[in-house]
Design a protein around this ligand. Structure first.
Ligand SMILES: Cc1cc2nc3c(=O)[nH]c(=O)nc-3n(C[C@H](O)[C@H](O)[C@H](O)COP(=O)(O)OP(=O)(O)OC[C@H]3O[C@@H](n4cnc5c(N)ncnc54)[C@H](O)[C@@H]3O)c2cc1C
Length: 507
Protein backbone atom coordinates (compact mmCIF):
# COMPACT_ATOMS: atom_id res chain seq x y z
CA UNK A 1 0.00 0.00 0.00
CA UNK A 2 1.50 3.41 -0.90
CA UNK A 3 2.13 5.89 1.92
CA UNK A 4 -0.20 8.83 2.44
CA UNK A 5 1.21 11.89 0.66
CA UNK A 6 1.15 15.62 1.43
CA UNK A 7 2.72 18.60 -0.32
CA UNK A 8 4.19 19.85 2.95
CA UNK A 9 4.82 18.02 6.20
CA UNK A 10 5.33 20.21 9.27
CA UNK A 11 7.11 18.73 12.28
CA UNK A 12 5.80 20.14 15.55
CA UNK A 13 2.66 21.96 16.72
CA UNK A 14 4.30 24.61 18.89
CA UNK A 15 4.34 28.35 18.29
CA UNK A 16 6.26 27.88 15.01
CA UNK A 17 4.31 24.89 13.64
CA UNK A 18 1.03 26.77 13.96
CA UNK A 19 2.68 29.84 12.41
CA UNK A 20 3.88 27.71 9.47
CA UNK A 21 0.42 26.21 8.93
CA UNK A 22 -1.22 29.65 9.03
CA UNK A 23 1.16 30.98 6.38
CA UNK A 24 0.73 27.91 4.16
CA UNK A 25 -3.06 28.17 4.32
CA UNK A 26 -2.92 31.86 3.49
CA UNK A 27 -0.14 32.05 0.89
CA UNK A 28 -0.14 28.56 -0.66
CA UNK A 29 -3.80 27.56 -0.31
CA UNK A 30 -3.58 24.79 -2.90
CA UNK A 31 -0.85 22.90 -1.04
CA UNK A 32 -1.96 20.06 1.19
CA UNK A 33 -0.20 19.80 4.53
CA UNK A 34 -0.11 17.80 7.73
CA UNK A 35 1.46 18.51 11.12
CA UNK A 36 3.04 15.63 13.03
CA UNK A 37 3.30 16.37 16.76
CA UNK A 38 4.88 14.00 19.24
CA UNK A 39 2.90 15.28 22.21
CA UNK A 40 -0.82 15.17 22.93
CA UNK A 41 -1.38 18.91 22.88
CA UNK A 42 -0.58 22.07 20.97
CA UNK A 43 1.90 24.57 22.41
CA UNK A 44 5.35 22.95 22.49
CA UNK A 45 7.51 24.77 25.04
CA UNK A 46 4.45 26.46 26.55
CA UNK A 47 2.80 23.13 27.19
CA UNK A 48 5.88 21.20 28.29
CA UNK A 49 7.24 23.57 30.93
CA UNK A 50 5.06 23.66 34.04
CA UNK A 51 7.37 25.03 36.71
CA UNK A 52 6.05 27.67 39.11
CA UNK A 53 5.88 31.14 37.59
CA UNK A 54 6.62 29.96 34.00
CA UNK A 55 6.25 33.02 31.76
CA UNK A 56 7.70 34.67 28.70
CA UNK A 57 10.87 36.64 29.14
CA UNK A 58 10.27 38.73 26.08
CA UNK A 59 7.23 40.89 25.52
CA UNK A 60 4.25 39.21 23.87
CA UNK A 61 3.74 42.17 21.56
CA UNK A 62 6.76 40.92 19.64
CA UNK A 63 6.42 37.28 20.63
CA UNK A 64 2.82 37.10 19.43
CA UNK A 65 2.08 36.31 15.79
CA UNK A 66 2.19 39.18 13.30
CA UNK A 67 -1.32 38.19 12.16
CA UNK A 68 -3.06 37.81 15.53
CA UNK A 69 -3.08 40.66 18.05
CA UNK A 70 -1.97 39.88 21.58
CA UNK A 71 -4.73 41.57 23.58
CA UNK A 72 -3.93 40.33 27.07
CA UNK A 73 -2.92 43.33 29.24
CA UNK A 74 0.13 41.42 30.44
CA UNK A 75 3.01 41.87 27.98
CA UNK A 76 5.22 39.55 30.03
CA UNK A 77 2.74 36.69 30.04
CA UNK A 78 2.27 33.49 32.03
CA UNK A 79 2.94 30.22 30.17
CA UNK A 80 -0.75 29.20 30.34
CA UNK A 81 -1.83 32.38 28.54
CA UNK A 82 0.73 31.77 25.80
CA UNK A 83 -0.42 28.18 25.38
CA UNK A 84 -4.06 29.34 25.18
CA UNK A 85 -3.13 31.93 22.55
CA UNK A 86 -1.38 29.35 20.35
CA UNK A 87 -4.19 26.82 20.82
CA UNK A 88 -6.88 29.40 20.04
CA UNK A 89 -5.00 30.41 16.88
CA UNK A 90 -4.90 26.78 15.72
CA UNK A 91 -8.61 26.35 16.47
CA UNK A 92 -9.80 29.63 14.91
CA UNK A 93 -7.77 29.10 11.74
CA UNK A 94 -8.88 25.47 11.36
CA UNK A 95 -5.27 24.32 11.73
CA UNK A 96 -6.03 21.84 14.51
CA UNK A 97 -7.78 19.57 11.99
CA UNK A 98 -4.43 19.03 10.27
CA UNK A 99 -2.53 17.94 13.37
CA UNK A 100 -1.73 14.29 14.11
CA UNK A 101 -0.83 14.10 17.76
CA UNK A 102 1.39 11.44 19.39
CA UNK A 103 3.44 11.10 16.17
CA UNK A 104 7.19 11.34 16.77
CA UNK A 105 9.19 11.77 13.59
CA UNK A 106 12.22 9.50 13.65
CA UNK A 107 13.76 9.94 10.25
CA UNK A 108 13.19 11.48 6.87
CA UNK A 109 14.79 10.30 3.65
CA UNK A 110 14.90 12.41 0.51
CA UNK A 111 14.80 10.76 -2.88
CA UNK A 112 15.88 12.95 -5.78
CA UNK A 113 14.35 10.40 -8.15
CA UNK A 114 10.90 10.89 -6.66
CA UNK A 115 11.49 14.47 -5.51
CA UNK A 116 9.94 13.57 -2.19
CA UNK A 117 10.67 12.85 1.43
CA UNK A 118 9.69 9.58 3.06
CA UNK A 119 9.02 10.37 6.69
CA UNK A 120 8.96 7.63 9.31
CA UNK A 121 7.26 8.34 12.60
CA UNK A 122 6.20 6.36 15.64
CA UNK A 123 2.58 6.77 16.71
CA UNK A 124 1.96 6.31 20.43
CA UNK A 125 -1.26 4.36 20.91
CA UNK A 126 -3.54 4.95 23.91
CA UNK A 127 -2.19 1.73 25.50
CA UNK A 128 1.40 3.03 25.20
CA UNK A 129 2.44 0.80 22.28
CA UNK A 130 4.26 2.51 19.42
CA UNK A 131 3.21 1.82 15.84
CA UNK A 132 5.38 2.80 12.85
CA UNK A 133 3.75 5.23 10.41
CA UNK A 134 5.15 6.29 7.04
CA UNK A 135 4.13 9.39 5.10
CA UNK A 136 5.61 11.08 2.07
CA UNK A 137 5.81 14.78 1.27
CA UNK A 138 7.41 17.11 -1.24
CA UNK A 139 8.63 19.63 1.31
CA UNK A 140 9.64 19.06 4.91
CA UNK A 141 9.25 21.99 7.29
CA UNK A 142 10.80 21.42 10.70
CA UNK A 143 9.15 23.43 13.46
CA UNK A 144 10.42 21.08 16.13
CA UNK A 145 12.07 23.73 18.30
CA UNK A 146 15.71 23.70 19.26
CA UNK A 147 16.02 21.39 22.24
CA UNK A 148 15.51 17.82 23.36
CA UNK A 149 12.07 17.25 24.86
CA UNK A 150 12.80 13.99 26.67
CA UNK A 151 15.12 15.54 29.27
CA UNK A 152 17.03 18.73 29.98
CA UNK A 153 20.72 19.31 30.58
CA UNK A 154 21.96 18.06 33.94
CA UNK A 155 25.68 18.16 34.70
CA UNK A 156 26.92 15.34 36.94
CA UNK A 157 27.48 16.86 40.40
CA UNK A 158 29.39 14.61 42.82
CA UNK A 159 27.32 13.11 45.61
CA UNK A 160 23.89 13.71 44.07
CA UNK A 161 22.66 10.32 45.27
CA UNK A 162 23.60 11.12 48.89
CA UNK A 163 21.17 14.03 49.02
CA UNK A 164 18.19 13.15 51.23
CA UNK A 165 15.77 15.65 49.63
CA UNK A 166 14.33 15.81 46.14
CA UNK A 167 16.22 16.90 43.03
CA UNK A 168 14.05 18.30 40.27
CA UNK A 169 14.73 19.52 36.75
CA UNK A 170 12.37 22.32 35.65
CA UNK A 171 11.73 20.55 32.34
CA UNK A 172 9.92 17.73 34.17
CA UNK A 173 8.12 19.42 37.03
CA UNK A 174 6.35 16.87 39.27
CA UNK A 175 2.63 17.47 39.93
CA UNK A 176 2.96 16.21 43.48
CA UNK A 177 5.70 18.57 44.67
CA UNK A 178 4.58 20.52 47.73
CA UNK A 179 7.36 22.91 48.62
CA UNK A 180 5.44 25.14 51.05
CA UNK A 181 7.57 25.84 54.10
CA UNK A 182 10.58 24.05 52.57
CA UNK A 183 14.15 25.26 51.94
CA UNK A 184 14.90 25.40 48.24
CA UNK A 185 18.14 25.73 46.31
CA UNK A 186 17.90 26.60 42.62
CA UNK A 187 21.10 25.86 40.71
CA UNK A 188 21.43 28.27 37.79
CA UNK A 189 21.30 31.93 36.88
CA UNK A 190 19.33 32.00 33.64
CA UNK A 191 15.74 32.92 32.79
CA UNK A 192 14.33 29.83 34.51
CA UNK A 193 16.19 30.42 37.78
CA UNK A 194 15.20 34.09 38.01
CA UNK A 195 11.58 33.14 37.31
CA UNK A 196 11.53 30.33 39.85
CA UNK A 197 13.00 32.28 42.76
CA UNK A 198 10.19 34.82 43.29
CA UNK A 199 7.47 32.29 42.37
CA UNK A 200 8.66 29.64 44.85
CA UNK A 201 9.53 32.20 47.50
CA UNK A 202 5.81 32.97 47.88
CA UNK A 203 5.32 29.81 49.94
CA UNK A 204 8.74 28.24 50.53
CA UNK A 205 10.56 28.94 53.78
CA UNK A 206 13.54 30.28 51.80
CA UNK A 207 14.83 30.10 48.22
CA UNK A 208 18.53 30.35 47.37
CA UNK A 209 19.64 30.86 43.81
CA UNK A 210 23.06 29.25 43.57
CA UNK A 211 25.01 30.43 40.55
CA UNK A 212 28.49 29.80 39.28
CA UNK A 213 28.58 33.25 37.71
CA UNK A 214 26.07 36.08 37.37
CA UNK A 215 23.81 37.01 34.45
CA UNK A 216 22.45 40.45 33.51
CA UNK A 217 19.00 40.89 35.02
CA UNK A 218 16.78 43.73 33.87
CA UNK A 219 13.42 44.69 35.33
CA UNK A 220 10.58 45.45 32.93
CA UNK A 221 6.94 46.38 33.60
CA UNK A 222 4.70 43.32 33.34
CA UNK A 223 2.11 45.46 31.57
CA UNK A 224 2.94 47.61 28.58
CA UNK A 225 1.06 50.80 29.44
CA UNK A 226 1.38 52.31 25.96
CA UNK A 227 0.02 49.15 24.30
CA UNK A 228 -2.87 48.96 26.75
CA UNK A 229 -3.63 52.66 26.20
CA UNK A 230 -3.52 52.32 22.40
CA UNK A 231 -5.99 49.43 22.59
CA UNK A 232 -8.49 51.74 24.22
CA UNK A 233 -8.08 54.28 21.42
CA UNK A 234 -8.16 52.15 18.27
CA UNK A 235 -8.99 48.69 16.96
CA UNK A 236 -6.85 45.87 18.40
CA UNK A 237 -5.16 45.21 15.07
CA UNK A 238 -3.81 48.75 14.82
CA UNK A 239 -2.90 49.03 18.46
CA UNK A 240 -0.99 45.74 18.15
CA UNK A 241 0.85 46.82 14.99
CA UNK A 242 1.95 50.09 16.56
CA UNK A 243 2.98 48.55 19.88
CA UNK A 244 4.82 45.75 18.11
CA UNK A 245 6.88 48.19 16.08
CA UNK A 246 7.44 50.36 19.15
CA UNK A 247 8.91 47.34 20.93
CA UNK A 248 10.91 46.16 17.92
CA UNK A 249 12.46 49.64 17.66
CA UNK A 250 13.17 49.69 21.40
CA UNK A 251 14.75 46.24 21.32
CA UNK A 252 16.90 47.05 18.26
CA UNK A 253 18.10 50.28 19.87
CA UNK A 254 18.96 48.62 23.15
CA UNK A 255 20.81 45.85 21.32
CA UNK A 256 22.75 48.30 19.13
CA UNK A 257 23.57 50.43 22.14
CA UNK A 258 24.87 47.35 23.94
CA UNK A 259 27.05 46.44 20.95
CA UNK A 260 28.47 49.93 20.50
CA UNK A 261 28.72 51.17 24.07
CA UNK A 262 28.93 48.02 26.21
CA UNK A 263 30.49 49.80 29.19
CA UNK A 264 27.82 52.47 29.23
CA UNK A 265 25.11 49.80 29.02
CA UNK A 266 26.73 47.68 31.69
CA UNK A 267 27.03 50.64 34.06
CA UNK A 268 23.35 51.51 33.49
CA UNK A 269 22.12 47.98 34.27
CA UNK A 270 24.31 47.62 37.38
CA UNK A 271 23.22 51.04 38.66
CA UNK A 272 19.56 50.07 38.38
CA UNK A 273 20.13 46.78 40.19
CA UNK A 274 22.03 48.56 42.96
CA UNK A 275 19.10 50.92 43.36
CA UNK A 276 16.65 48.01 43.55
CA UNK A 277 18.67 46.07 46.13
CA UNK A 278 19.91 48.93 48.30
CA UNK A 279 23.35 50.17 49.32
CA UNK A 280 24.47 47.18 51.41
CA UNK A 281 23.96 44.58 48.69
CA UNK A 282 26.99 43.00 46.99
CA UNK A 283 25.94 43.68 43.39
CA UNK A 284 29.54 43.29 42.18
CA UNK A 285 29.59 39.62 43.18
CA UNK A 286 26.04 38.52 42.44
CA UNK A 287 24.79 40.66 39.55
CA UNK A 288 27.86 41.80 37.59
CA UNK A 289 28.66 39.37 34.79
CA UNK A 290 32.14 38.95 33.32
CA UNK A 291 30.83 39.43 29.78
CA UNK A 292 29.17 42.44 28.17
CA UNK A 293 25.39 42.95 27.95
CA UNK A 294 23.73 40.91 25.18
CA UNK A 295 26.69 38.58 24.71
CA UNK A 296 24.18 36.20 26.28
CA UNK A 297 20.44 36.59 26.47
CA UNK A 298 19.45 39.19 29.11
CA UNK A 299 17.10 37.95 31.82
CA UNK A 300 13.96 40.02 32.15
CA UNK A 301 12.09 40.10 35.45
CA UNK A 302 8.57 41.58 35.52
CA UNK A 303 8.18 44.55 37.85
CA UNK A 304 11.44 43.62 39.60
CA UNK A 305 9.84 40.60 41.31
CA UNK A 306 13.22 38.92 41.80
CA UNK A 307 14.66 41.96 43.58
CA UNK A 308 11.52 42.28 45.71
CA UNK A 309 11.90 38.66 46.92
CA UNK A 310 15.56 39.31 47.80
CA UNK A 311 14.69 42.59 49.58
CA UNK A 312 12.01 40.80 51.61
CA UNK A 313 14.56 38.18 52.70
CA UNK A 314 12.47 35.35 51.16
CA UNK A 315 15.16 34.72 48.56
CA UNK A 316 18.90 35.15 48.22
CA UNK A 317 21.68 34.69 45.70
CA UNK A 318 24.89 32.78 46.37
CA UNK A 319 27.73 32.87 43.85
CA UNK A 320 30.20 30.01 44.04
CA UNK A 321 31.35 26.66 42.68
CA UNK A 322 29.66 23.46 43.80
CA UNK A 323 32.04 20.97 45.39
CA UNK A 324 29.46 18.24 46.03
CA UNK A 325 25.98 17.40 47.17
CA UNK A 326 25.77 16.29 50.80
CA UNK A 327 22.95 14.55 52.65
CA UNK A 328 21.56 17.91 53.75
CA UNK A 329 22.30 20.11 50.79
CA UNK A 330 25.24 21.40 48.78
CA UNK A 331 28.82 22.12 49.81
CA UNK A 332 30.66 24.83 47.89
CA UNK A 333 34.36 24.94 47.09
CA UNK A 334 34.59 27.90 49.46
CA UNK A 335 33.65 25.51 52.30
CA UNK A 336 30.20 27.05 52.77
CA UNK A 337 27.36 24.54 53.08
CA UNK A 338 23.82 25.36 51.95
CA UNK A 339 20.98 23.30 53.39
CA UNK A 340 17.93 22.33 51.38
CA UNK A 341 14.86 20.10 51.27
CA UNK A 342 14.52 20.49 47.51
CA UNK A 343 17.15 21.26 44.86
CA UNK A 344 16.00 22.53 41.48
CA UNK A 345 18.60 22.10 38.75
CA UNK A 346 17.84 24.99 36.38
CA UNK A 347 20.92 24.00 34.40
CA UNK A 348 19.43 24.35 30.95
CA UNK A 349 18.48 22.53 27.81
CA UNK A 350 20.13 20.06 25.48
CA UNK A 351 20.10 21.57 22.01
CA UNK A 352 18.64 19.31 19.38
CA UNK A 353 18.03 20.05 15.72
CA UNK A 354 15.11 18.69 13.67
CA UNK A 355 13.48 17.13 16.72
CA UNK A 356 16.24 14.53 16.83
CA UNK A 357 15.13 13.06 13.48
CA UNK A 358 17.78 11.54 11.21
CA UNK A 359 17.95 13.06 7.75
CA UNK A 360 19.06 11.22 4.62
CA UNK A 361 19.53 12.49 1.10
CA UNK A 362 19.58 9.84 -1.63
CA UNK A 363 20.67 7.13 0.77
CA UNK A 364 23.34 9.20 2.54
CA UNK A 365 22.93 10.34 6.15
CA UNK A 366 23.15 14.11 6.47
CA UNK A 367 25.93 15.09 8.86
CA UNK A 368 24.39 18.30 10.18
CA UNK A 369 27.70 19.55 11.53
CA UNK A 370 29.08 19.58 7.98
CA UNK A 371 26.24 21.62 6.47
CA UNK A 372 26.00 25.38 6.13
CA UNK A 373 22.77 27.18 6.94
CA UNK A 374 21.27 28.96 3.95
CA UNK A 375 19.71 32.24 5.15
CA UNK A 376 19.32 30.53 8.52
CA UNK A 377 16.41 28.53 6.99
CA UNK A 378 17.70 25.70 4.75
CA UNK A 379 20.79 23.50 4.66
CA UNK A 380 23.48 23.22 2.02
CA UNK A 381 23.04 20.06 -0.04
CA UNK A 382 19.66 19.17 1.48
CA UNK A 383 16.72 19.63 -0.92
CA UNK A 384 13.21 20.80 -0.03
CA UNK A 385 13.84 21.27 3.66
CA UNK A 386 13.38 24.30 5.89
CA UNK A 387 13.46 24.81 9.64
CA UNK A 388 12.44 27.52 12.05
CA UNK A 389 15.07 28.72 14.44
CA UNK A 390 14.05 32.01 16.03
CA UNK A 391 16.10 34.81 17.54
CA UNK A 392 17.94 34.46 20.76
CA UNK A 393 18.45 38.20 21.22
CA UNK A 394 14.81 39.04 20.48
CA UNK A 395 11.43 37.32 20.34
CA UNK A 396 11.51 33.94 18.62
CA UNK A 397 8.33 34.63 16.67
CA UNK A 398 9.69 37.67 14.85
CA UNK A 399 12.00 35.36 12.93
CA UNK A 400 9.54 32.44 12.79
CA UNK A 401 7.05 34.72 10.98
CA UNK A 402 9.73 35.77 8.48
CA UNK A 403 10.87 32.19 7.85
CA UNK A 404 7.26 31.05 7.26
CA UNK A 405 6.76 33.90 4.78
CA UNK A 406 10.00 32.96 3.04
CA UNK A 407 9.09 29.28 2.73
CA UNK A 408 5.76 30.19 1.13
CA UNK A 409 7.53 32.52 -1.32
CA UNK A 410 9.95 29.70 -2.15
CA UNK A 411 7.14 27.17 -2.71
CA UNK A 412 5.27 29.62 -4.95
CA UNK A 413 8.42 30.30 -6.95
CA UNK A 414 8.93 26.56 -7.42
CA UNK A 415 5.38 26.36 -8.77
CA UNK A 416 6.00 29.19 -11.20
CA UNK A 417 9.24 27.61 -12.38
CA UNK A 418 7.77 24.10 -12.53
CA UNK A 419 10.63 22.97 -10.25
CA UNK A 420 10.08 20.05 -7.94
CA UNK A 421 13.36 20.32 -6.12
CA UNK A 422 15.27 23.23 -4.63
CA UNK A 423 18.71 22.71 -3.12
CA UNK A 424 21.04 25.27 -1.55
CA UNK A 425 24.49 24.62 -3.08
CA UNK A 426 27.60 25.84 -1.33
CA UNK A 427 30.30 26.59 -3.87
CA UNK A 428 33.30 27.58 -1.81
CA UNK A 429 31.97 29.26 1.32
CA UNK A 430 33.83 28.03 4.41
CA UNK A 431 32.19 27.39 7.77
CA UNK A 432 33.45 30.18 10.01
CA UNK A 433 31.06 30.15 12.95
CA UNK A 434 28.48 28.04 14.76
CA UNK A 435 24.81 28.42 13.85
CA UNK A 436 24.15 30.65 16.84
CA UNK A 437 26.57 33.43 17.49
CA UNK A 438 25.97 36.67 19.31
CA UNK A 439 28.90 39.01 18.92
CA UNK A 440 31.98 36.87 19.35
CA UNK A 441 30.50 34.83 22.14
CA UNK A 442 28.87 31.41 21.95
CA UNK A 443 26.32 30.55 24.63
CA UNK A 444 27.23 27.47 26.70
CA UNK A 445 24.40 25.34 25.34
CA UNK A 446 25.64 26.05 21.81
CA UNK A 447 29.21 25.13 22.76
CA UNK A 448 27.95 21.77 24.01
CA UNK A 449 26.13 21.02 20.76
CA UNK A 450 28.48 22.62 18.29
CA UNK A 451 29.57 19.45 16.48
CA UNK A 452 26.04 18.37 15.60
CA UNK A 453 24.70 21.71 14.44
CA UNK A 454 24.87 23.38 11.06
CA UNK A 455 27.46 26.11 10.72
CA UNK A 456 27.36 29.53 9.12
CA UNK A 457 29.62 31.16 6.58
CA UNK A 458 31.11 34.63 6.50
CA UNK A 459 28.67 36.36 4.16
CA UNK A 460 25.09 36.20 2.86
CA UNK A 461 23.31 33.97 2.09
CA UNK A 462 25.34 31.73 4.41
CA UNK A 463 25.20 34.07 7.40
CA UNK A 464 22.63 33.59 10.19
CA UNK A 465 21.62 37.01 11.41
CA UNK A 466 20.29 37.87 14.81
CA UNK A 467 18.94 41.09 13.31
CA UNK A 468 15.27 41.57 12.50
CA UNK A 469 15.71 44.43 10.01
CA UNK A 470 18.35 42.56 8.01
CA UNK A 471 16.14 39.47 7.99
CA UNK A 472 13.12 41.44 6.78
CA UNK A 473 15.22 42.30 3.76
CA UNK A 474 16.78 38.86 3.36
CA UNK A 475 13.63 36.77 3.84
CA UNK A 476 10.71 39.00 2.93
CA UNK A 477 11.78 41.59 0.38
CA UNK A 478 14.84 40.38 -1.50
CA UNK A 479 14.24 38.03 -4.48
CA UNK A 480 14.00 34.34 -3.57
CA UNK A 481 16.02 33.46 -6.64
CA UNK A 482 19.69 33.27 -5.69
CA UNK A 483 22.71 31.82 -7.39
CA UNK A 484 23.26 29.54 -4.41
CA UNK A 485 19.79 27.98 -4.88
CA UNK A 486 19.55 25.23 -7.46
CA UNK A 487 16.09 24.62 -8.85
CA UNK A 488 15.56 21.34 -10.65
CA UNK A 489 12.70 19.14 -11.75
CA UNK A 490 13.62 15.49 -11.58
CA UNK A 491 11.11 13.26 -13.32
CA UNK A 492 8.93 11.43 -10.85
CA UNK A 493 9.84 7.74 -10.71
CA UNK A 494 6.20 6.69 -11.12
CA UNK A 495 5.72 8.76 -14.30
CA UNK A 496 9.09 7.59 -15.62
CA UNK A 497 8.08 3.96 -15.06
CA UNK A 498 4.78 4.61 -16.85
CA UNK A 499 6.62 6.25 -19.71
CA UNK A 500 9.14 3.39 -19.92
CA UNK A 501 6.30 0.86 -19.88
CA UNK A 502 4.80 2.73 -22.84
CA UNK A 503 8.07 2.20 -24.70
CA UNK A 504 9.62 5.67 -24.28
CA UNK A 505 13.30 5.98 -23.39
CA UNK A 506 14.06 8.07 -20.29
CA UNK A 507 15.69 11.39 -21.17
C1 LIG B 1 11.43 27.81 29.33
C2 LIG B 1 11.53 28.57 28.04
C3 LIG B 1 11.15 29.90 27.98
C4 LIG B 1 11.26 30.58 26.78
N1 LIG B 1 10.89 31.90 26.75
C5 LIG B 1 10.98 32.57 25.59
C6 LIG B 1 10.58 33.94 25.51
O1 LIG B 1 10.16 34.55 26.47
N2 LIG B 1 10.70 34.57 24.32
C7 LIG B 1 11.16 33.93 23.22
O2 LIG B 1 11.20 34.54 22.17
N3 LIG B 1 11.52 32.65 23.26
C8 LIG B 1 11.45 31.95 24.40
N4 LIG B 1 11.83 30.64 24.44
C9 LIG B 1 12.23 29.97 23.22
C10 LIG B 1 11.01 29.14 22.78
O3 LIG B 1 11.44 27.89 22.50
C11 LIG B 1 10.20 29.84 21.72
O4 LIG B 1 9.58 30.97 22.27
C12 LIG B 1 9.06 29.05 21.09
O5 LIG B 1 8.24 28.46 22.04
C13 LIG B 1 9.60 28.05 20.15
O6 LIG B 1 8.50 27.54 19.44
P1 LIG B 1 8.68 26.34 18.43
O7 LIG B 1 7.33 25.96 18.01
O8 LIG B 1 9.67 26.71 17.40
O9 LIG B 1 9.37 25.21 19.31
P2 LIG B 1 8.76 24.42 20.53
O10 LIG B 1 7.95 25.27 21.40
O11 LIG B 1 9.91 23.70 21.14
O12 LIG B 1 7.78 23.37 19.84
C14 LIG B 1 8.28 22.30 19.07
C15 LIG B 1 7.20 21.27 18.89
O13 LIG B 1 7.72 20.23 18.08
C16 LIG B 1 7.43 18.98 18.66
N5 LIG B 1 8.46 18.03 18.24
C17 LIG B 1 9.78 18.04 18.55
N6 LIG B 1 10.41 17.01 17.99
C18 LIG B 1 9.48 16.30 17.31
C19 LIG B 1 9.52 15.12 16.54
N7 LIG B 1 10.66 14.44 16.35
N8 LIG B 1 8.36 14.67 15.99
C20 LIG B 1 7.20 15.34 16.17
N9 LIG B 1 7.11 16.45 16.91
C21 LIG B 1 8.23 16.95 17.46
C22 LIG B 1 7.44 19.25 20.15
O14 LIG B 1 6.71 18.27 20.85
C23 LIG B 1 6.80 20.63 20.21
O15 LIG B 1 5.42 20.57 20.31
C24 LIG B 1 11.75 29.94 25.63
C25 LIG B 1 12.13 28.59 25.71
C26 LIG B 1 12.04 27.92 26.90
C27 LIG B 1 12.48 26.49 26.94
Amino acid sequence: MSAEHFDVLIMGAGLSGIDAAYHLQKCCPKRSYVILEQRERIGGTWDLFRYPGIRSDSDMLTMGYSFRPWTNPKAIAPGDDIRDYVTATARDEGIDRHIRFRHRVQNAAWSSQDASWTVNALRREPDGRETPVTLTCNFLFSCAGNYRYSSGYLPEFPGMDCFAGRIIHPQVWPDDLDYAGKRIIIIGSGATAVTLLPAMAKTASHVTMLQRSPTYVVSMPEQDRIANFLRRLMPDVWAYKLSRWKNVAYMLNVYQLAQRYPNFMKAGIIKKISKELGPGYDVATHFTPRYNPWQQRLCLVPDGDLFQAIRDGRGSVVTGQIERFTEKGIRLQSGEELQADVVVTATGLVLQAFGGANLEVDGRTVDLGKTLAYKGVMLSGVPNLAAVFGYINASWTLKADLICTYVCRLLNLMDRKGARQVTPRNGCEAAVAPFIEIGKFNPGYMERAIDNWPKQGSKPPWRVYQNYLRDIWSLKWSPVENKALEFSGPVQASSRRASEAAGHQPA
